[in-house]
Design a binder for this molecule. Structure first.
Ligand code: DX5
Ligand code: ZN
Length: 221
Protein backbone atom coordinates (compact mmCIF):
# COMPACT_ATOMS: atom_id res chain seq x y z
CA UNK A 1 0.00 0.00 0.00
CA UNK A 2 1.45 3.44 -0.84
CA UNK A 3 2.37 5.64 2.09
CA UNK A 4 -0.34 8.21 2.86
CA UNK A 5 0.90 11.78 2.38
CA UNK A 6 -0.12 14.62 4.71
CA UNK A 7 0.59 18.31 4.29
CA UNK A 8 0.52 20.38 7.47
CA UNK A 9 1.07 24.06 6.61
CA UNK A 10 2.75 26.15 9.29
CA UNK A 11 1.21 29.54 10.03
CA UNK A 12 4.49 30.89 11.44
CA UNK A 13 4.89 33.11 8.40
CA UNK A 14 1.21 33.87 7.90
CA UNK A 15 -0.55 37.07 8.95
CA UNK A 16 -0.76 36.87 12.77
CA UNK A 17 -3.52 39.50 12.83
CA UNK A 18 -5.92 37.15 11.08
CA UNK A 19 -4.84 33.59 11.72
CA UNK A 20 -8.35 32.16 11.47
CA UNK A 21 -8.59 33.70 7.97
CA UNK A 22 -5.15 32.41 7.00
CA UNK A 23 -6.08 28.89 8.11
CA UNK A 24 -9.31 29.20 6.14
CA UNK A 25 -7.27 29.80 2.97
CA UNK A 26 -5.67 26.37 3.19
CA UNK A 27 -8.41 24.43 4.98
CA UNK A 28 -9.84 22.66 1.94
CA UNK A 29 -6.52 21.18 0.84
CA UNK A 30 -4.64 20.54 4.12
CA UNK A 31 -4.74 17.69 6.59
CA UNK A 32 -3.88 19.67 9.70
CA UNK A 33 -2.54 23.12 10.51
CA UNK A 34 0.90 23.21 12.15
CA UNK A 35 1.09 25.59 15.12
CA UNK A 36 4.62 26.55 16.17
CA UNK A 37 4.73 27.44 19.84
CA UNK A 38 7.99 29.18 20.84
CA UNK A 39 8.87 30.53 24.28
CA UNK A 40 12.03 32.56 23.53
CA UNK A 41 14.00 30.19 25.81
CA UNK A 42 14.09 26.81 24.07
CA UNK A 43 14.46 28.76 20.82
CA UNK A 44 15.39 32.44 20.34
CA UNK A 45 11.94 33.45 19.15
CA UNK A 46 8.45 33.85 20.62
CA UNK A 47 5.09 33.13 19.06
CA UNK A 48 2.21 32.36 21.46
CA UNK A 49 1.51 32.09 25.12
CA UNK A 50 -1.03 29.48 26.10
CA UNK A 51 -4.08 31.75 26.06
CA UNK A 52 -3.27 33.15 22.60
CA UNK A 53 -2.62 29.63 21.31
CA UNK A 54 -5.93 28.47 22.75
CA UNK A 55 -7.78 31.10 20.75
CA UNK A 56 -6.15 29.86 17.56
CA UNK A 57 -6.96 26.25 18.43
CA UNK A 58 -10.58 27.10 19.17
CA UNK A 59 -11.11 29.16 16.02
CA UNK A 60 -9.22 26.89 13.61
CA UNK A 61 -11.05 25.41 10.63
CA UNK A 62 -8.47 22.60 10.65
CA UNK A 63 -7.36 20.21 13.38
CA UNK A 64 -4.23 21.58 15.05
CA UNK A 65 -0.80 19.94 15.00
CA UNK A 66 1.03 21.72 17.84
CA UNK A 67 4.84 21.80 17.68
CA UNK A 68 6.06 22.86 21.10
CA UNK A 69 9.46 24.55 20.99
CA UNK A 70 9.33 25.35 24.69
CA UNK A 71 11.13 24.35 27.87
CA UNK A 72 9.21 22.38 30.41
CA UNK A 73 7.49 20.17 27.84
CA UNK A 74 6.41 17.78 30.61
CA UNK A 75 3.96 20.41 31.87
CA UNK A 76 3.13 22.25 28.66
CA UNK A 77 2.61 19.18 26.44
CA UNK A 78 -0.37 17.78 28.36
CA UNK A 79 -1.90 21.29 28.56
CA UNK A 80 -1.97 21.55 24.78
CA UNK A 81 -3.51 18.09 24.57
CA UNK A 82 -6.23 19.17 26.99
CA UNK A 83 -6.79 22.29 24.89
CA UNK A 84 -7.98 20.07 22.06
CA UNK A 85 -5.01 19.77 19.69
CA UNK A 86 -5.15 16.85 17.30
CA UNK A 87 -1.48 16.21 17.89
CA UNK A 88 1.08 17.55 20.33
CA UNK A 89 4.77 17.23 19.54
CA UNK A 90 7.38 17.76 22.23
CA UNK A 91 11.15 18.04 21.83
CA UNK A 92 13.22 15.34 23.52
CA UNK A 93 15.68 18.12 24.45
CA UNK A 94 13.00 19.84 26.58
CA UNK A 95 11.67 16.99 28.68
CA UNK A 96 12.81 15.20 31.84
CA UNK A 97 10.27 12.42 31.57
CA UNK A 98 9.62 11.55 27.97
CA UNK A 99 7.54 8.38 28.51
CA UNK A 100 5.17 9.94 31.06
CA UNK A 101 4.65 13.03 28.95
CA UNK A 102 3.97 11.11 25.74
CA UNK A 103 1.49 8.95 27.66
CA UNK A 104 -0.21 11.99 29.20
CA UNK A 105 -0.62 13.60 25.77
CA UNK A 106 -2.38 10.47 24.55
CA UNK A 107 -4.46 10.21 27.69
CA UNK A 108 -5.88 13.69 27.02
CA UNK A 109 -6.90 12.55 23.55
CA UNK A 110 -4.14 13.86 21.28
CA UNK A 111 -1.67 12.05 19.08
CA UNK A 112 1.78 12.12 20.63
CA UNK A 113 4.76 13.49 18.72
CA UNK A 114 8.48 13.19 19.47
CA UNK A 115 10.75 15.80 17.86
CA UNK A 116 14.53 15.96 17.52
CA UNK A 117 16.67 18.97 16.64
CA UNK A 118 19.29 18.56 13.89
CA UNK A 119 22.10 17.62 16.33
CA UNK A 120 20.03 15.08 18.25
CA UNK A 121 20.15 11.50 16.94
CA UNK A 122 16.85 9.64 16.46
CA UNK A 123 18.28 6.15 16.99
CA UNK A 124 18.45 6.69 20.76
CA UNK A 125 14.68 7.08 20.87
CA UNK A 126 13.64 3.90 19.08
CA UNK A 127 12.59 2.36 22.41
CA UNK A 128 9.81 4.94 22.71
CA UNK A 129 8.10 3.85 19.50
CA UNK A 130 5.15 2.28 21.30
CA UNK A 131 4.36 5.62 22.96
CA UNK A 132 4.69 7.70 19.81
CA UNK A 133 2.18 8.47 17.05
CA UNK A 134 4.56 10.71 15.08
CA UNK A 135 8.30 11.32 14.85
CA UNK A 136 9.34 14.83 13.82
CA UNK A 137 12.75 15.22 12.25
CA UNK A 138 13.75 18.89 12.22
CA UNK A 139 15.39 19.71 8.90
CA UNK A 140 16.46 23.18 10.09
CA UNK A 141 17.46 24.54 13.51
CA UNK A 142 14.11 25.31 15.14
CA UNK A 143 13.17 28.94 15.73
CA UNK A 144 12.53 30.57 12.38
CA UNK A 145 10.82 30.01 9.07
CA UNK A 146 12.44 30.54 5.71
CA UNK A 147 15.68 28.59 6.35
CA UNK A 148 17.25 26.12 3.94
CA UNK A 149 16.54 22.40 4.16
CA UNK A 150 19.51 20.55 5.71
CA UNK A 151 20.37 17.71 3.36
CA UNK A 152 22.41 15.81 5.98
CA UNK A 153 19.07 15.17 7.76
CA UNK A 154 18.03 12.81 4.96
CA UNK A 155 20.02 10.02 6.62
CA UNK A 156 18.15 10.63 9.89
CA UNK A 157 14.83 10.43 8.05
CA UNK A 158 15.91 7.06 6.64
CA UNK A 159 16.84 5.88 10.14
CA UNK A 160 13.46 6.96 11.49
CA UNK A 161 11.67 5.13 8.68
CA UNK A 162 13.59 1.98 9.63
CA UNK A 163 12.67 2.37 13.30
CA UNK A 164 8.99 2.78 12.38
CA UNK A 165 8.90 -0.41 10.32
CA UNK A 166 5.27 -1.57 10.04
CA UNK A 167 3.96 0.60 12.86
CA UNK A 168 1.33 3.24 11.98
CA UNK A 169 3.62 6.07 13.13
CA UNK A 170 3.70 9.21 11.00
CA UNK A 171 7.08 10.61 9.99
CA UNK A 172 7.04 14.40 9.80
CA UNK A 173 9.73 16.74 8.50
CA UNK A 174 9.83 20.45 9.32
CA UNK A 175 12.04 23.15 7.83
CA UNK A 176 12.81 24.19 4.29
CA UNK A 177 10.14 22.02 2.67
CA UNK A 178 9.27 23.32 -0.79
CA UNK A 179 8.78 22.08 -4.34
CA UNK A 180 12.60 21.86 -4.47
CA UNK A 181 13.00 19.55 -1.46
CA UNK A 182 9.80 17.59 -0.85
CA UNK A 183 10.67 14.78 -3.24
CA UNK A 184 13.97 13.93 -1.60
CA UNK A 185 12.42 14.07 1.86
CA UNK A 186 9.71 11.68 0.65
CA UNK A 187 12.25 9.37 -0.94
CA UNK A 188 14.06 9.19 2.41
CA UNK A 189 10.81 8.08 4.09
CA UNK A 190 8.85 11.13 5.27
CA UNK A 191 5.07 11.12 4.88
CA UNK A 192 3.96 14.26 6.76
CA UNK A 193 5.28 17.65 5.64
CA UNK A 194 5.34 21.00 7.39
CA UNK A 195 5.65 23.89 4.95
CA UNK A 196 5.62 27.48 6.17
CA UNK A 197 7.15 30.08 3.91
CA UNK A 198 6.72 27.95 0.79
CA UNK A 199 2.96 28.07 1.35
CA UNK A 200 2.27 31.46 2.88
CA UNK A 201 4.68 33.38 0.69
CA UNK A 202 3.14 31.82 -2.42
CA UNK A 203 0.66 33.82 -4.52
CA UNK A 204 -1.89 31.06 -3.98
CA UNK A 205 -1.25 29.11 -0.75
CA UNK A 206 -3.85 26.42 -1.50
CA UNK A 207 -2.42 25.80 -4.98
CA UNK A 208 1.07 25.47 -3.49
CA UNK A 209 -0.16 22.82 -1.05
CA UNK A 210 -1.70 20.90 -3.93
CA UNK A 211 1.60 21.08 -5.85
CA UNK A 212 3.52 19.79 -2.84
CA UNK A 213 1.06 16.95 -2.37
CA UNK A 214 1.30 15.92 -6.02
CA UNK A 215 5.11 15.84 -5.91
CA UNK A 216 5.21 13.73 -2.75
CA UNK A 217 2.47 11.39 -3.89
CA UNK A 218 4.32 10.69 -7.16
CA UNK A 219 7.28 9.43 -5.14
CA UNK A 220 5.19 7.01 -3.08
CA UNK A 221 2.87 5.69 -5.82
C1 DX5 B 1 10.70 26.38 12.58
C2 DX5 B 1 9.30 25.87 12.64
C3 DX5 B 1 8.70 25.55 11.33
C4 DX5 B 1 8.63 26.70 10.37
C5 DX5 B 1 8.99 26.13 9.05
O1 DX5 B 1 11.32 26.24 13.78
O2 DX5 B 1 9.23 24.69 13.42
O3 DX5 B 1 7.46 24.89 11.44
O4 DX5 B 1 7.38 27.31 10.28
O5 DX5 B 1 9.10 27.16 8.13
P1 DX5 B 1 9.64 26.92 6.68
O6 DX5 B 1 8.74 25.93 6.00
O7 DX5 B 1 9.62 28.27 6.08
O8 DX5 B 1 11.06 26.36 6.79
ZN1 ZN C 1 7.32 23.55 13.33
Amino acid sequence: MPREIRITPSILNANFDDLAGEIQKVAAVSDLVHLDVMDNVFVPNFTFDFSAAKKVIESSALPVDAHLMVMNADVVGPEYAQAGCHSVTIHVEATDDLPSTLSAIRRYGSRSGLAVKPNTPITEYSDYSDLVDMFLIMTVEPGFGGQSFMDPMLEKIRQARKIIGDRPIWLQVDGGISVETIERATQAGADTFVAGSAVFRAQDPAAMITSLRILATKVTD
